[in-house]
Ligand binder design. Structure first.
Ligand SMILES: [Zn+2]
Ligand SMILES: [Zn+2]
Length: 114
C-alpha cells in the first residue's frame, strides 16, 4: 500500500456498535477480542465480504483520532453491520411495545358485564 495516498485504517467494533479502536491496522495493540463495555465479541471486517471496517482516515491533513462512531453499512457490499441490524430491531420492538400500550385502554374500555 502506498502510504503517500490517503487511506482508511481498520476499525474494530463490538457487535453492539462500541468502537474499540479506529486504528486497528496501524496500532494492533489497541485491539480487543471482547468489548470492555458490554462483553460482546468484536469484529474488524464485514462478515459477508470480509472488507475491513473503515476506521481512521489517513488523509493529507492530520485529522485527530478519527471517527467516534463506526460506519453503519459495509462500504463494499452494503450489508448493515450487526450493530446496525440490532438498532433496527430495537426500534421495531419499541414501536411494537408502543402499539400494544395504545391498544390496552381500548380493550379494557369494553363493558365487561352484560
Ligand atoms: Zn460493546
Ligand atoms: Zn461487506
Amino acid at each position: 500500500m502506498n502510504r503517500d495516498e490517503p487511506w482508511y485504517d481498520m476499525a474494530q467494533v463490538c457487535l453492539n456498535g462500541h468502537l474499540i479502536t479506529a486504528l486497528a491496522q496501524t496500532n494492533p495493540r489497541l485491539r480487543k477480542k471482547i468489548c470492555p463495555v458490554c462483553g460482546e465479541p468484536t469484529l474488524t471486517e464485514c462478515f459477508i465480504c470480509s472488507a475491513p471496517i473503515r476506521g481512521h482516515y489517513h488523509g493529507w491533513q492530520a485529522a485527530g483520532l478519527g471517527p467516534t462512531q463506526p460506519p453503519a453499512y459495509c462500504h463494499e457490499c452494503g450489508t448493515p453491520y450487526p450493530w446496525t441490524q440490532r438498532t433496527i430491531k430495537t426500534a421495531q420492538e419499541r414501536i411494537k411495545i408502543h402499539k400494544t400500550r395504545r391498544l390496552v385502554p381500548r380493550e379494557t374500555g369494553k363493558p365487561s358485564a352484560l
